[in-house]
Each structure stands twice: as structure tokens, then as C-alpha cells.
Design a protein. Structure first.
Length: 111
């Protein structure tokens, strides 16, 4: 068999395999089996839009909850800093030494 004949046979085999793969990928499938709505119908599209709207509402609600939680944490940290300042002032007014914060926490406490 010559080189040209071998390459021709190889190209026929590769082309045949490619055709089978394309046909397999393009084969219509029963949508009920995969649980996906049929987007070729108005009802299927409406189902997807409704699900996406619910996902967006859920994400927006989670984002609002996260912001509210962060705001509470910011208020708590502010209150704790003010309380530390009052305690330090009270200690100084009695003449007692104010202890230095732990070195790992010093930047956080001093602001």
C-alpha cells in the first residue's frame, strides 16, 4: 500500500468517526429524561424565566441580609471601641496604669 493510499484510508476512517460523533451530538433527545424544560415552547420558556426570577430574588435577599449583618458588626465594633476608651479613661482617672493590648490585637484596638 502506498503512502497516498494509507493517508486516504486514514482520512476516510477519521471522517467516518467524525460523522458518527456529529450525528450522535446532533441527535434529538427526549427532554423529559434530563429534567430540563423544553425551550422550544412558550411554557418551557416561562418556566425557565420564573426559576431565574426566583434565583435573582433569593440572591438579592441574601445580599440585603449580608449588608444588614455587616452594618450590625460595624455598630458593635464602634460600640466596643467607645467602651474601651471609656474604660481607659476611668483607669487613668483613678491613677491605675492602662494595660497595653496584646501585640497581635494592637492595630485593631488602636484603630
Amino acid at each position: 500500500m502506498g503512502e497516498g493510499t494509507a493517508l486516504g484510508a486514514l482520512s476516510v476512517v477519521v471522517g467516518g468517526i467524525a460523522s458518527v460523533v456529529v450525528a450522535w451530538i446532533s441527535k434529538p433527545r427526549d427532554r423529559a429524561d434530563d429534567g430540563e424544560p423544553d425551550l422550544s415552547t412558550l411554557a418551557g420558556i416561562a418556566t425557565v424565566v420564573t426559576e431565574q426570577q426566583q434565583r435573582v430574588r433569593d440572591l438579592e435577599a441574601a445580599q440585603v441580609a449580608q449588608r444588614e449583618h455587616a452594618a450590625v458588626q460595624d455598630r458593635t465594633i464602634g460600640a466596643l471601641r467607645r467602651y474601651v476608651l471609656r474604660l481607659q479613661a476611668a483607669l487613668r482617672s483613678t491613677g491605675a496604669p492602662v494595660p497595653e493590648p496584646d501585640p497581635d490585637d494592637a492595630d485593631l484596638i488602636r484603630g
